[in-house]
Design a protein around this ligand. Structure first.
Ligand SMILES: [Zn+2]
Length: 429
């Protein structure tokens, strides 16, 4: 029965997690050694598809997202690259016999952000170095540790000889860090369930809200020349700064507006970050062109298209205050994230079951948090009416040098996921 797994079954499965722990750590090390940045996810996805079939005896589908099919979906984010050889992977553990619980999806993203500049690291970003209770590496925390946790939760359940009362789907996706199109592709192909958990490394807390995110690209033209004629030239880098300043003012403006109820406790919930700038190739030349790209956060309940329109208007208005930019208007375009924010109802049964699972693995009460970043749970809620949340390990330096995960927390999260699966999917006795 859902919600009432017997204590002895849970204990048996927790013991299996303990027994499998060394193997789980080695498995996480192996995942960390795949340099699975954007466009380089093939090898780790092939490995996981094979692992799902061979070790967990799942029915496995791996397929390439088709942007042409997804492009009309409101959750689609436009891309400028190909999906060739970049599969998403879905493994299904089909329940035998009558359904006694609810179906569930466990999902993680295999894509990781660049480790550059590598010179800042004290460890090999692809080395999965263990020191004490920490494992270091790019993507170890975000979020290969979470993937290892849910895979070993399932493995422990199988090793304990437990059969589930409903279908369980494991998904490993690409492009969580830039579009979410990997997750969208699995849902559009029909891989749905009655609930979903994603072990993003926000710690062992339940995610109750997340901001929306868009990316913007601004291209500024100057009037190039050699520096000796600089009085007649217009420096594109300096003109780009006019618009970067305007974005900083936009950031102050949106953070001074009344806060969304889920973000009252955050001093500065809406980050606007200039993450890329490209211009120039010679110190003695005046650069003729400068392009910068920024990430912009916004509250749940706002249409991403509206934010794009607002940002464009804001920048063009700033451009009109500048003598040069008034004449040579900047080109403003958008690609990547087109992600709406999410605010969840805390009365969802998903949270009640997660509270119990968390108590079983830690003895503590579950707490809730709001994320100033986006995650793939948005697709489940916004477009498919599937309750979903994040709960994951702890660590530090996510997206920075010397990223690490706390191995004790990975083991604890593995147990919470195991307890959750047993309660949510039900157990066949
Ligand atoms: Zn992540």
């Amino acid at each position: 029965m859902s919600g009432q797994t017997s204590a002895s079954v849970v204990e048996r499965v927790f013991r299996a997690v303990d027994d499998l722990w060394e193997e789980e750590v080695a498995f996480l090390q192996r995942l960390g050694r795949y340099p699975s940045t954007l466009g380089n996810e093939t090898a780790i996805q092939r490995f996981l598809a094979d692992y799902f079939a061979r070790e967990l005896h799942l029915e496995v589908d791996q397929f390439i997202p088709d942007p042409k099919q997804l492009a009309t979906h409101p959750g689609y984010s436009p891309v400028e690259w190909s999906y060739a050889n970049r599969p998403v992977v879905v493994g299904k553990w089909r329940a035998q016999g009558p359904k006694t619980g609810k179906s569930l999806i466990l999902q993680g993203h295999v894509d990781v952000v660049s480790p550059e500049p590598v010179s800042l690291w004290d460890y090999d970003p692809w080395g999965s170095t263990i020191e004490g209770e920490r494992m270091y590496g790019r993507g170890i925390m975000d979020m290969k540790s979470g993937i290892a946790a849910f895979i070993y939760a399932v493995k422990a359940i199988q090793q304990a000889g437990v059969e589930l009362g409903a279908d369980l789907l494991l998904k490993t996706v690409i492009e969580e860090e830039c579009t979410g199109n990997g997750t969208l592709a699995t849902l559009e192909k029909g891989y749905k369930a009655e609930g979903a958990l994603i072990p993003e490394p926000f710690g062992p807390r339940a995610l109750k809200a997340q901001v929306g995110v868009i990316w913007v690209r601004v291209k500024v033209k100057g009037l190039g020349a050699h520096v000796e004629r600089a009085d007649r030239a217009v420096n594109a880098i300096e003109k780009a700064y006019v618009l970067i300043e305007a974005l900083k003012q936009y950031r102050a403006y949106i953070n001074n507006l009344p806060k969304h109820p889920d973000f009252q406790d955050h001093e500065h919930p809406l980050n606007v970050n200039v993450g890329v700038i490209r211009s120039g190739d010679w110190p003695s030349n005046v650069p003729a062109e400068c392009t910068f790209e920024a990430r912009i956060g916004f509250y749940p309940g706002i249409d991403p298209q509206q934010v794009k329109d607002d940002v464009k208007r804001w920048l063009l208005q700033a451009a009109r205050q500048d003598e040069w930019l008034r004449k040579v208007e900047p080109e403003i375009s958008f690609y990547g994230f087109h992600a709406e924010g999410v605010s969840l109802n805390q009365n969802l049964e998903l949270f009640k079951i997660l509270e119990k699972a968390h108590e079983k693995s830690t003895g503590n009460r579950l707490t809730y948090m709001s994320a100033t970043a986006t995650t793939d749970i948005r697709f489940y809620h916004l477009y498919y009416n599937i309750p979903a949340t994040c709960y994951g390990p702890i660590g530090a330096n996510m997206h920075g040098a010397n990223e690490w995960v706390d191995l004790n927390s990975v083991k604890q999260v593995t147990k919470t996921y195991a307890a959750f699966i047993l309660d949510w999917c039900g157990v066949r006795t």
